[in-house]
Design a protein around this ligand. Structure first.
Ligand code: BDP
Length: 328
């Protein structure tokens, strides 16, 4: 159905008012999420679905498919881009390779902390990133938190870049992450999230990197017992929707869907903060050996060539990098 026909249909159902709530939805969307029940993102996306139905008087329904049941994240990103799926809760890591502006968040240590990331996303930087994603068919409705990613492995605590030398480290699919590990002298192994547990267990890789909640929820802590607080990446996530689907909505429904996503993000961020603490406590109580890295400068120094590679491929994005670095 083209967008004009959709608008006509939506106009009619709007005129019918509350009577439509009991009827089947006019639009049935499917949403992708990689996380299990109870995870902050899963709860956030369930809230999003509930609010979408509520705010559109049932004209739109969203069914969420969790735990990555609809496929790996890079595949799901493609599915949402082409409209085979309507919605996804995506990490910006695997979006970077298709949207260079969004790849800026995958530069190691680009954000000073999570608050800095929020300030950037709420300003010009966030707009530039969202515009770059929209050009690739993904409209950002809201940003979710995903904390900071740190290294963990099966061998030993990591305190300096030299400790990563020779280690085989799983990364998400993105050349910037492979470059990052190479700069530390390690061997990067890009791999789907679902394969990491077995790979750590069987020694296919020695380590990986992630935030506390994912380290805990996946059980990776059971097979890779050293967690070292490098916090080298702070990557936001999106509630994203296929651009054609979004553009076909009436202005009223666009606003409703956006408000639903933003409200769900408030909940997700609160749950995120709580879960980060709880996951950290849980894995440490389970025997994980955890170390802080008070001096991160050697890691920042070693990873600098990743910036050069990014800017060599995208010289026009230098102002965006500087904008982020100059945001207080
Ligand atoms: C988690 C992200 C998820 C990624 C996963 C990974 O929330 O989207 O797929 O990391 O490392 O923190 O693949």
């Amino acid at each position: 159905m083209n967008s004009i026909t959709w608008r006509a249909v939506l106009g009619l159902t709007a005129a019918a008012g509350m009577a439509v709530t009991a009827a089947a939805a006019d639009m049935e969307w499917r949403g992708w999420n990689i996380h299990p029940d109870g995870y902050p993102n899963t709860v956030g996306m369930a809230k999003f679905a509930e609010l979408v139905a509520e705010k559109t008087d049932g004209r739109i329904s969203l069914e969420m498919y969790n735990s990555g049941t609809l496929g790996s994240q890079p595949d799901a990103i493609e599915q949402v881009r082409i409209g085979a799926l309507e919605v996804g809760n995506f990490n910006l890591g695997p979006i970077g390779p298709i949207a260079p502006a969004a790849n800026v968040v995958s530069l190691p240590f680009i954000f000073k902390d999570e608050d800095h990331m929020h300030r950037v996303l709420d300003g010009e930087g966030g707009k530039a990133i969202a515009d770059g994603m929209a050009e690739q068919g993904l409209v950002v409705l809201a940003w979710y938190d995903a904390g900071a990613r740190s290294f963990y492995n099966t061998k030993k605590p990591i305190a300096t870049p030299a400790d990563v030398e020779g280690m085989k480290v799983r990364v998400m699919n993105n050349d910037l992450y492979s470059g990052m590990i190479e700069q530390l002298g390690g061997n990067p192994s890009p791999m789907a999230f679902a394969e990491v547990y077995q790979s750590l267990k069987t020694g296919v890789v020695d380590g990986a990197e992630n935030n506390w909640p994912s380290y805990e929820s996946t059980g990776h802590f059971e097979v890779a017992g050293y967690y070292s607080l490098s916090e080298h990446l702070i990557i936001p996530e999106c509630v994203c929707i296929n651009a054609d689907v979004y553009n076909s909505l009436s202005e009223e429904d666009q606003a409703a869907v956006r408000a639903a996503a933003e409200e769900s993000a408030v909940l997700q961020r609160q749950l995120w903060a709580e879960r980060s603490e709880a996951s950290k406590e849980k894995v440490i109580a389970a025997g994980v050996e955890f170390n802080e890295i008070p001096d991160k400068a050697p890691f920042q120094e070693a990873m600098k060539p990743v910036y050069d590679a990014y800017l060599a491929g995208n010289p026009d994005l230098k102002p965006l990098v500087e904008l982020i670095q100059n945001t207080d």
